[in-house]
Design a protein around this ligand. Structure first.
Ligand code: OTD
Ligand code: ZN
Ligand code: ZN
Length: 343
């Protein structure tokens, strides 16, 4: 196969940031993706419906003329979140999900949830109105090894939350382990799971062997090879519960290349070429459209995009950096030449 036409993709987990960074990175997502679930971890976080409306307006103002892109807004769940505000934001169509960060789990997550009992009224309300909860699934306990934090979260936090609020629709975001794949497969249709581009490509050796590679450091951190292989099998399986959430998370090189550098891989510019290659390698190109364009809308109850994307087997032009007014941002490098272009 040398060309492939699919329904236009969506990105079910994206960091667009704000200001100069957003201005520079937004066109890279809007070129390939019709819609994206927009992460609310700004400083300060997007907690209220008024903040989400203002952020959506800033995104639309930054969108270059002629580009077609719809931001799907989220609210950052805190222990002070007002269930009525969440319900109103959902009813008006503004907000498509609520985001749960365990306090301290990743970039700008200090306002996240420490006491899960405090958010129970909001979760119950969300279950009643069918508003999904997107979950960063890692415990933050210092005594839990960072490579075990996702698996421990599933047992200690995720499963108890789902049992306490039956019917709550949950997205396990950016899953990184066989444990998460197995858990997702054992659940019914109230559970979906997103998989990033980079976790299909790198394992922990890419970060740590032969010198430390800050551009491969993200959260949840990439795990052993057996986990990467489980993720590739899940993503390319055609199962509807797995869909693309790039977690494209731009930071300037100055903020990545520090003694305590930021977490995040910036994959918006080359996600589709990388995915086409991964699916071809797994002999699963026929399942690419499900993963990027059909399974996500089905979970969120939204229509599949009517316009299409064509991928052609010809090496793509991918910049190594994107320039921003805050400084350059390095594009994720899969470490091998790419073969597919978006045409
Ligand atoms: N992971 N970086 C960021 C968020 C994600 O946990 C995530 O979703 C970020 O920079 O906002 C990262 O590595
Ligand atoms: Zn996360
Ligand atoms: Zn993220």
């Amino acid at each position: 196969m040398t060309t492939l036409t699919i329904a236009r993709p969506d990105d079910w987990h994206l960091h667009l940031r704000d200001g100069a960074m957003m201005q520079a990175v937004l066109p890279h997502s809007a070129r390939d993706f019709a819609r994206a679930i927009i992460m609310p971890n700004l400083v300060p976080p997007v907690v209220t419906s008024a903040q989400a409306a203002a952020y959506r307006d800033r995104i639309m103002a930054a969108l270059p003329e002629g580009m077609d892109f719809t931001p799907l807004m989220t609210l950052y769940l805190t222990e002070d979140t007002d269930p009525d505000d969440v319900a109103a934001a959902h009813a008006s169509g503004l907000v498509k999900a609520v985001k749960l960060y365990p306090a301290g789990a990743t970039t700008n997550s200090a306002s996240g949830v420490a006491n899960f009992d405090k958010v129970r009224p909001t979760l119950d309300r969300m279950a009643a109105i069918g508003l999904p909860l997107c979950v960063h699934g890692e415990v933050t306990d210092h005594d839990v090894d960072i490579f075990d934090r996702e698996a421990v979260f599933i047992d200690r936090v995720l499963d108890p939350i789902r049992r306490a609020t039956p019917g709550l629709r949950v997205v396990m975001e950016h899953i990184t382990t066989r444990n998460a794949v197995d858990y997702a497969r054992a659940q019914g249709d109230t559970l979906g799971a997103t998989i990033t581009t980079h976790h299909l490509v790198i394992n922990r050796n890419h970060i740590l062997a032969g010198g430390i590679k800050p551009h491969y450091y993200c959260l949840p951190v990439a795990k052993r090879e057996e986990h990467r292989l489980a993720l590739r099998a899940a993503a390319t399986s055609g199962e509807g519960r797995f869909f693309l959430g790039t977690d494209s998370a731009p930071h300037t090189d100055a903020n990545k290349l520090l003694p305590c550098g930021c977490a995040g891989c910036f994959t918006a510019p080359n996600t589709m070429p990388i995915l086409a290659q991964v699916f071809e390698e797994e002999d699963a190109l026929t399942h690419l459209e499900g993963f990027t364009s059909r399974n996500g809308p089905a979970f969120y109850g939204l229509p599949v995009n009517t316009d299409t994307m064509t991928l052609t087997k010809t090496p793509p032009q991918v910049p190594s950096h994107v320039e921003t007014d805050d400084g350059p941002v390095t594009v994720f490098d899969p470490g091998y030449p790419l073969l597919w272009s978006v045409t």
